[in-house]
Design a protein around this ligand. Structure first.
Ligand code: 5GP
Ligand code: ZN
Length: 114
């Protein structure tokens, strides 16, 4: 979608540190990491947020979790643990309106989040 920074990352118009890519998803390191390991997994299809998931596009979520399961092993954070976060909407602090799943690990994470 025009004007979407994550669509531009997928197309290569904005550079990123890619971890993984297939025909459906793209994974890359967050530019402002909040943990020693902090990456984002996004669908190549522009979906605005969890609020716009429906029967037509929901299958991407299971694929994303399958990819996350592989990447956390590859990056060595699966055993000690990690957190998957999806911020949806203003109150959750969603700043990029292209659905994304944060994966954070490599340190002890606090709960509840702020
Ligand atoms: P949100 O706050 O919407 O849940 O998360 C958006 C995330 O995207 C933030 O953690 C932010 O650091 C990251 N981000 C924003 N712009 C860029 C960018 O151009 N490149 C990368 N790699 N990450 C970005
Ligand atoms: Zn987009």
């Amino acid at each position: 979608m025009e004007g979407c920074i994550f669509c531009k990352i997928i197309s290569g118009d904005i550079p990123s540190k890619k971890i993984y890519e297939d025909d459906k998803v793209y994974a890359f390191y967050d530019i402002n990491p909040e943990a020693p390991t902090h990456f984002l997994v996004i669908p190549k299809e522009h979906i605005e947020s969890a609020n716009t998931l429906d029967d037509s596009n929901i299958d991407i979520v299971s694929h994303i979790f399958k990819v996350i399961g592989k990447l956390v092993v590859d990056l060595g954070i699966s055993d000690k643990g990690y957190r998957v976060v999806n911020n949806c909407g203003e109150d959750a602090g969603q700043t990029v309106k292209h659905i994304h799943f944060h994966v954070l690990g490599g340190r002890s994470l606090q709960w509840p989040p702020g």
